[in-house]
Design a protein around this ligand. Structure first.
Ligand SMILES: [Zn+2]
Length: 343
């Protein structure tokens, strides 16, 4: 049922006063079959309301009222329960029909309104804003943003030429970024993902601090005096996120396992897990090389002295912090909130 924001006055005596009551204006009401076809005789529309199933716009010119929907990227026919064209990302989901809607399980899944990154932030007066990035050029929408919005503007601008960031923007799933506490600390929260290996929905959450660079260590655990930009840390976490989707939950968990010997030492003392090795070598280092940032040869390092700009990095020695980037290994995120698990 769709109710407008109009409030209709019901007066008992044709005089408008405090004894009158207000009734809502109902503009549309429909009962749907699971795949979205309107049940015959169980629909009402006031006339000019154009939206229906899943809040999407009806394209009644094609095949009658409520029988075609424009989901943006594709047209959907709720009588067939199928898209009228193939999934542009079908190569990523070989196990699924490129025409199927919601993995053929519309009761369980919501089709994510994908192909975007959504940045949530508050301005200096505490008002909430939400900026949708559907393509790289949309990053400019954040140009005047304040607070965390401005941090994301700098971060995304710095990373915009990177293929992995572009892939994150073009993913089928929507990715939300928001500040979770006061200050610069944020969680990166994709919503409503469907694991292609198990069919289960999940949330994958990662941490990123816009002002904390990574103070690098050599393989023996000594600081090298170089640090990477916080933005590169963001890209590193994007790498994990993409692998999580590509590999599925089971394989991702196997790849991410940090194996230890009975004496507590790491089986892989350099990279800790195959997943970290993959992200550092294939995602992080190619970008670092291109942008003159120091390369990492291991999965070590601590948070260094805060910088002013998320893309700032340097080879000068900075005071070593005490908490590691929140992504496995020897975590000591003692000053971070513990409500969200890190990876
Ligand atoms: Zn990592």
């Amino acid at each position: 049922m769709v109710v407008s924001d109009a409030k209709l006055i019901v007066s008992s005596d044709n005089v408008i006063d405090v004894t009158d009551i207000l009734t809502p204006e109902i503009v549309s009401a429909t009962d749907y079959y699971p795949f979205g076809m309107p049940m015959p005789g169980r629909s009402f529309n006031s006339g000019d309301y154009r939206f229906g199933f899943n809040g999407k716009e009806k394209v009644d010119e094609i095949s009658g009222s409520g029988n075609s929907y424009d989901f943006g990227a594709r047209i959907y026919d709720p009588r067939l329960g199928k898209w009228l064209s193939t999934d542009p990302l079908q190569a990523k989901y070989p196990a699924l029909s490129p025409y199927s809607f919601c993995v053929n399980n519309p009761i369980y899944y919501v089709d994510p309104d994908g192909n975007k990154i959504v940045v949530h932030y508050r301005d200096d007066r505490g008002r909430s804003h939400r900026v949708v990035i559907r393509k790289v050029a949309d990053i400019e929408k954040l140009k005047e943003a304040q607070g965390f919005g401005q941090d994301m503007y700098k971060t995304l601008t710095y990373l915009k030429d990177d293929e992995h960031l572009q892939e994150a923007i073009s993913l089928r799933t929507a990715v939300h970024t928001r500040e979770v506490m006061g200050g610069d600390f944020v969680a990166f929260v994709p919503k409503e993902n469907t694991d292609q290996s198990t069919g289960e929905s999940y949330q994958h959450q990662i941490y990123f601090e816009a002002y904390d660079p990574l103070n690098l260590k050599d393989n023996d655990g000594n600081f090298t005096g170089e640090y990477q930009s916080p933005a590169l840390g963001f890209l590193h976490e994007i790498g994990h996120f993409l692998n999580r989707i590509k590999n599925g939950a089971k394989q991702h968990a196997i790849n991410s396992e940090i194996k230890k010997n009975p004496d507590g030492s790491y089986v892989d003392p350099i990279y800790h897990s195959p997943e970290e090795k993959n992200v550092i070598i294939n995602v992080e280092n190619p970008f670092a090389k291109k942008h003159g940032e120091p390369l990492r040869t291991n999965h070590k390092g601590d948070i260094g002295k805060p910088v002013e700009n998320p893309s700032q990095h340097s080879s000068q020695t900075e005071g070593a912090g005490h908490n590691t980037r929140g992504d496995g290994g020897n975590n000591d995120n003692s000053n971070l909130p513990r409500t969200i698990p890190t990876e």
